[in-house]
Write a protein that binds this ligand. Structure first.
Ligand code: SF4
Length: 495
């Protein structure tokens, strides 16, 4: 079995993954990918998943060894933010042509690209991504990277997750494996402290981790490495000296968290910074793990003081939105930790949750939703676009919170919509992030555009037509007679 095949098999039996634990041996071997649903977007390939996880390491040059199209598939598709280096946003590819492949020039071209990047940009490291074409023609990127690292005198890291091996989620995990094999543990820091932590699976989307980091700073907790959001190569390379870790997006990097615990005794827990209660629980969790690793117990008291103060401020700020949002109905089509961590805070200010998706949620996530909602009927695994449209066009929700893929369903149903997934433009993490989310919900619901678009169009009440055009899902069934009416009315210009 090749090294890559062995790595893939290993991720399928990941013992820390609760979904894997529930499967029998045969199902486990088949992995986690499902065949694409006809009519639904297919999601990214394994290469895409690996690049999503690693690209936010900002002072690294990310070189895609492939024909041009692969880089176009993955470049900058998330709004992660950097507080310094901007190199990560520059697109590098070996841009292989048919001639390169037929003449066997691709490995040489890769080495030339590495040398050129080193000379022109002097990066902290270069990550080289294998893709379908270069894996199928048998390019040995491990060997080229090793040779280049010696010749050029900088870390050159092979990321072996070609697209065809599986899903985006598998690519996320293979990216974690690459960090374990080639990066973490390669730099020894000279400033190790008892309050050093790692945050794993945090992408700093729209700069939202910057709303959480000041809280940790106030507690005297240092983030040795936030992987990958706003990370620097050196921080990631020295992450093995942290005392504890928090895993934010458990499906992406759970293998990394588990193996760091086994190799370097860094205990971890799964938490979320979305929602007020979730943020407080996360801060408590970090403090408790640090105490278990030998930090002064006094940090627990400091954490409780900070939580009490910050929660009071956040609830007070949220209270100002109650008169405008009380009784408004929210549909959450997101999944994962957001499916429950947002619910509590929205309900606290009087909003009604008419449904929340549990597609990517763990068993624990689902249990929490049940506790908060007290009604399982509001949980749905996934909803077909047609059902989603019917629900929104019949005005069963005042706003939908979801990702970009479903935005046009909401817009077509003339329903306010807010992006809470990776392409969002506002930071929603921590206490301030929750207030920002409610502020954005308020702006979306009360945007005057909705009353405008729900008005009949001028031609719908035209006396020549006599009837207005259908506006709701149910009314579309009556389109045919209306078309006949238009036909009978003859030339519109005559009216
Ligand atoms: S790696 Fe393969 S599946 Fe992914 S974008 Fe490139 S060719 Fe397509």
């Amino acid at each position: 079995m090749s090294l890559l095949a062995a790595k893939i098999q290993e991720t399928f039996v990941e013992p820390a993954c609760e979904r894997n634990r529930r499967k029998d041996a045969d199902t486990r071997k088949k992995g986690c990918s499902k065949p694409p649903t006809p009519g639904a977007a297919a999601g990214g390939c394994a290469f895409d998943g690996a690049k999503i996880v690693l690209q936010p390491i900002t002072d690294v040059a990310h070189l895609v060894h492939a024909p041009l199209a692969c880089e176009g598939n993955s470049w900058d598709n998330r709004g992660a933010a950097s507080s310094g280096a901007t190199l990560w946003r520059t697109s590098f590819t070996t841009d292989l042509t048919e001639l390169d492949i037929i003449m066997g020039l691709s490995e040489r071209k890769l080495f030339q690209a590495l040398r050129q990047i080193k000379e022109a940009y002097a990066p902290s490291a270069i990550f080289v991504y294998a893709t379908c074409v270069t894996a199928l023609i048998g390019d040995d990127i491990e060997a080229v990277c090793k040779h280049a690292a010696e010749k050029l005198g900088l870390p050159v890291v092979p990321i072996n997750a070609p697209g065809f091996v599986g899903s985006k989620n598998l690519g996320n995990k293979l990216a974690g494996e690459a960090l374990l094999d080639h990066v973490i543990g390669t730099v020894e820091p000279d400033d190790v402290g008892p309050y050093d932590i790692n945050i794993l699976g945090e992408f700093n989307l729209s700069g939202e981790f910057w709303l959480v980091k000041p809280l940790l700073d106030r507690l005297g907790i240092r983030v040795r490495a936030c992987i990958p959001g706003d990370a620097r190569y050196r921080d990631v390379a020295s992450a093995h000296r942290a005392q504890a870790a928090m895993l934010v997006c458990s499906t992406a990097l759970i293998n990394l968290a588990r193996k760091m615990e086994e190799r370097w005794q860094i205990p971890f827990f799964e938490g979320s910074f979305y929602g007020i209660t979730a943020t407080s629980e996360a801060l408590r969790g970090i403090a408790e793990l640090l105490v278990k690793k030998g930090a002064d117990e006094e940090i627990l008291k400091r954490t409780e003081t900070l939580i009490a103060k910050e929660e009071a401020i956040a609830w007070k700020r949220l209270e100002t939105y109650r008169p405008r949002l009380e009784g408004k109905r929210v549909l959450i089509n997101s999944g994962g930790v957001k499916s429950w961590s947002l619910v509590h805070a929205l309900m606290e200010i009087g909003m009604e949750i008419v449904g929340t998706s549990v597609k990517k949620s763990t068993v624990e996530d689902k249990e929490r939703i049940k506790q908060v909602l007290k009604d399982e009927q509001h949980m749905f695994e996934s909803m077909a676009p047609r059902e989603l449209y019917a629900m929104l066009s019949e005005h069963k929700a005042d706003i939908m919170l979801s990702g970009g893929r479903t935005q046009f369903i909401a817009l077509k149903a003339k329903t306010p919509w807010l992006d809470i997934n990776q392409e969002r433009h506002h930071p929603y993490a921590g206490y301030d992030g929750m207030v920002e989310l409610v502020h954005q919900i308020d702006l979306a619901i009360h945007n005057p555009v909705w009353s405008e678009v729900r008005e009949p169009a001028p031609w719908e009440d035209d006396p020549c037509v006599g009837e207005r055009l259908p506006r709701t899902h149910n009314e579309t069934a009556q389109v045919a007679p209306l078309n006949a009416l238009w036909h009978d009315a003859g030339d519109f210009a005559e009216c």
